[in-house]
Ligand binder design. Structure first.
Ligand code: 13P
Length: 250
């Protein structure tokens, strides 16, 4: 089973709409690739400029969050239907920063993943352990729970379309990348739990990214691991360096 690699930038709360347009203009040819799927996940107000600038460039545009209802009295939230109509094709769900600062739970993440699939947006569902959990030796158990809860109630066919991002919290924004062995161990465990619940075919189809201080220098080694199907990139996706990650094979 050859899974196409998927390399996604997560801009987090960076770049104004003007800066988004400029950056997309600068980068679109540099990150064009037929070998890997390339995605820019951007703040809500940058979606329109990014979609406009990246038209026809073969680069996917994603949101960084969304609500799980179609519409309603949810002041300040963004609906999946709004994203879909704009042409957004991916959405990051359950990022550790959302779990940590905005109290997102596995249950909410599960509702969002279901909804994204229902409207036809590819969810990039995040999981990851804290340093404390790693040191306590409970990383794999914790990740298994996040995956089982996040994907609960989906069909095997739906799960095969989900992108899962393993992002150890201690490696995010710290410059402290997980070793490729550490990242592989957990990504393999993610594939294994998907296989236990949804079957081996689904497990072989689902794409699993690594995230956490991925840069132009370490991408090739990480992405060469058998269960790592690309990366979710924060800091380095804001800079021209992102092209080195996309073209990690060169
Ligand atoms: P950094 O690449 O800045 O460590 O961020 C990783 C991340 O959280 C991507 O979602």
């Amino acid at each position: 089973m050859m899974r196409k690699k998927i390399i996604a930038g997560n801009w987090k709360m960076n770049k104004t709409p003007k800066e988004a347009t400029e950056f997309c203009k600068l980068m679109k040819d540099k990150v064009a690739s037929s070998e890997v799927d390339v995605v820019f996940c951007v703040p809500f107000v940058d979606l329109y400029p990014a979609l406009e600038e990246l038209k026809g460039a073969g680069i996917g545009v994603g949101a960084e969050n969304m609500h799980f209802e179609d519409s309603g009295a949810y002041t300040g939230e963004i609906s999946p239907l709004m994203l879909k109509e704009m042409g957004v094709s991916y959405v990051v769900l359950g990022h550790s920063e959302r779990r940590q600062y905005f109290n997102e739970t596995n249950d909410m993440v599960n509702k969002k993943v279901k909804k994204a699939l229902e409207v036809g947006i590819t969810p990039i569902m995040c999981c990851g352990e804290t340093l404390e959990q790693r040191e306590a030796g409970i990383t794999i158990e914790w990740i298994r729970i996040q995956i089982k809860c996040g994907l609960a109630g989906l069909t095997a066919e739906e799960v095969s379309k989900v992108v899962i991002a393993y992002e150890p919290i201690w490696a995010i924004g710290t410059g402290k990348t997980a070793t490729s062995e550490q990242a592989q161990e957990v990504c393999k465990a993610v594939r294994q739990v998907v296989g236990e619940v949804y079957g081996e075919t689904t497990a072989q189809q689902v794409r699993i990214q690594y995230g956490g201080s991925v840069n132009g220098k370490n991408a090739a080694e990480l992405f060469a691991m058998p269960d790592i199907d690309g990366g979710l990139v924060g800091g380095a996706s804001l800079k021209e360096e992102f092209q080195e990650i996309v073209h990690y094979q060169k």
